[in-house]
Design a binder for this molecule. Structure first.
Ligand code: GLN
Length: 189
């Protein structure tokens, strides 16, 4: 069994746990304390509000334990606000959080008019069916280091990318009925 944690501080926690419970060989759990971090094989940082999640990571003294495990190779996946938490650079915010992934993101990148939207994409590497994507006040990636693999662009913006054990997506697969990204992440473990 692969024990996959969902950072349980703020945001779409139960939705990720629910999706993970549908994948064979995955044992999902919520992660809140230092001791929980030692017990998992992989971690999802959910969407929500990056400023709130970032502050709670500090308040719960999770910054160093999380960074240490991620740097030693534990698979981690940040969705939406989680992408911001992983990023080393944020163009329009002075705050930095875990700073582990060599990506430069824009918070609320789609601005007010396109605040939230859904679309569908073909991504044969992950699924033979079309994958629905839900964006909610989403960030996107404006720049990546050469070691970062771009997985998906929507309207020229990078919305999914991977750097070794780290995956970041702008959208919310946990709010759809599609398991492709959760399966992909579990295969990184
Ligand atoms: N706009 C949020 C932020 O900047 C992210 C939104 C989300 O996770 N759905 O943290």
């Amino acid at each position: 069994m692969k024990k996959i944690g969902v950072l349980g501080l703020q945001g779409a926690i139960s939705e990720h746990l629910d999706k993970l419970s549908k994948i064979p060989d995955v044992d999902p759990c919520s992660v809140k304390y230092k001791e929980d971090i030692a017990a998992i094989d992989g971690l999802i940082i959910p969407g929500g509000e990056s400023t709130a999640i970032g502050k709670l990571i500090c308040d719960f003294n999770l910054t160093e334990p999380l960074k240490a495990r991620i740097k030693s190779g534990m698979p981690v996946w940040g969705t939406c606000a989680g992408m911001i938490i992983l990023a080393k650079e944020i163009t329009n915010d002075p705050r930095r959080h875990l700073e582990v992934m060599d990506i430069n993101v824009v918070r609320n990148g789609y601005g007010r008019q396109l605040d939230s939207f859904t679309t569908e994409v073909s991504l044969p590497a992950l699924s033979s069916e079309k994958i629905p994507l839900v964006f909610i006040r989403a960030p996107y990636v404006v720049d990546v280091a050469p070691q970062v693999e771009v997985i998906l662009r929507v309207n020229d913006n990078i919305v999914a990318c991977r750097q070794n054990n780290m995956l970041a997506t702008s959208f919310h697969p946990e709010l759809t009925n599609d398991l492709s990204f959760h399966r992909y992440f579990s295969e990184m473990i």
